[in-house]
Design a binder for this molecule. Structure first.
Ligand SMILES: NC(=O)c1ccc[n+]([C@@H]2O[C@H](COP(=O)([O-])OP(=O)(O)OC[C@H]3O[C@@H](n4cnc5c(N)ncnc54)[C@H](O)[C@@H]3O)[C@@H](O)[C@H]2O)c1
Length: 307
């Protein structure tokens, strides 16, 4: 069978596919639309990350493809319904990068609540901003509100509880009696209660119609004064301009944003001069270890599916 991999994948996992199938590994193909459209016509399985848009002309060009494998979990770059209508299996790497995202959330929660780690250049220059940096907050005893309680939400809850945080969660598709909530000590609440109570809110929902714009200006204004917001889920869930205004106005105490409505994020004046803000280029789920796990997970699944 012929496999086309058009975004980066762990080389050892690519080698495993190469042992049993004809494979083309061109991680830069995602940036060359006409070459990509030409090459997908020959492929039985297409392997993408989050940049390849599997819809419209690309979908039409996938003449004999039976599997679209996703090196990650969000499926908003894939028209899943259209793939399935054409008999293609969509294969995400469910859970394989959850730990990387969960660690990002804990690290940024600690960094943002403490607010004390950006003094390197001042200290190196002989300044001593001790009074200004002595008002940081501990995470222990604070409430973490998880919006979305799937693979990443549940793992984040476990890490947060281990450092003494109380965890509450909102997920309309998970019932209170579900085993993952029952014995975990995580309390299920409605979204308004979560927004008004949590010291740290972390988003772990897919980008779908019901989550687009979920954290707009009004909901951000209802967050606890000084609370911090972490979005590793998807751009489009948080109103970025409203968030920047809430940070500059002092209503929110900080934010970490890994995902943006437009990626790569073009220069954006609204982010300038925002206090206690961490912006990262969609890397929360991408570490050395998760790249290996995700890649080998997909290699295993592809080898089974194409046998
Ligand atoms: N930044 C990154 O690098 C990165 C990496 C991995 C995943 N992600 C994003 O994180 C998201 C979550 O990943 P996951 O593995 O936990 O997915 P998952 O499918 O295991 O969990 C998602 C949860 O969201 C819930 N949900 C759906 N609609 C909701 C709504 N309107 N309100 C509240 N909850 C809702 C679902 O019931 C489910 O439990 C992915 O969809 C992806 O967009 C980002």
């Amino acid at each position: 069978m012929h496999i086309l991999i058009c975004e980066f994948m762990d080389e050892r996992a690519v080698d495993r596919l190469r042992e049993v199938h004809t494979e083309v590994y061109e991680p830069s193909l995602v940036d060359d639309t006409s070459a990509l459209l030409r090459k997908v016509a020959q492929t039985d399985a297409l392997v993408v990350r989050n940049r390849t848009q599997v819809r419209g002309p690309l979908l039409d060009a996938l003449g004999r493809c039976s599997v679209v494998a996703r090196l990650g979990v969000g499926l908003d770059n894939i028209d899943v319904a259209a793939c399935e209508a054409r008999g293609m299996v969509v294969m995400p790497a469910t859970g394989a990068n959850a730990l990387s995202v969960a660690e990002y959330v804990i690290a940024t929660a600690m960094l943002l609540l403490r607010g004390a780690y950006a003094s390197t250049s001042e200290v190196a220059a002989g300044q001593w901003p001790r009074p200004a940096l002595s008002q940081g907050r501990e995470v222990a005893g604070k409430t973490l509100g998880l919006v979305g309680y799937g693979h990443i939400g549940q793992l984040t809850a476990r890490l947060a509880q281990a450092i003494g945080m109380h965890v509450i969660a909102y997920d309309p598709l998970i019932m209170a009696e579900d085993a993952c909530l029952g014995p975990s000590g995580v309390k299920q609440v409605d979204l308004d209660a979560l927004v008004g109570t949590a010291d740290v809110i972390s988003l772990h929902v897919p980008l779908v119609d019901s989550t687009r714009g979920l954290f707009g200006a009004q909901r951000l204004a209802r967050m606890k004064p000084g609370a911090v917001l972490i979005n590793t889920a998807r751009g489009g869930i948080v109103d970025e301009v409203a968030l920047a205004a809430a940070l500059k106005g002092g209503q929110l105490g900080g934010a970490a944003i890994d995902v943006f409505e437009a990626e790569p994020q073009p220069a954006a004046p609204h982010w300038q001069a925002c206090p206690n803000l961490v912006l990262t280029p969609h890397i929360a789920g991408v570490t050395t270890e998760s790249n290996e796990r995700v890649s080998h997970f997909i290699a295993d699944q592809l080898i089974k599916a194409l046998a």
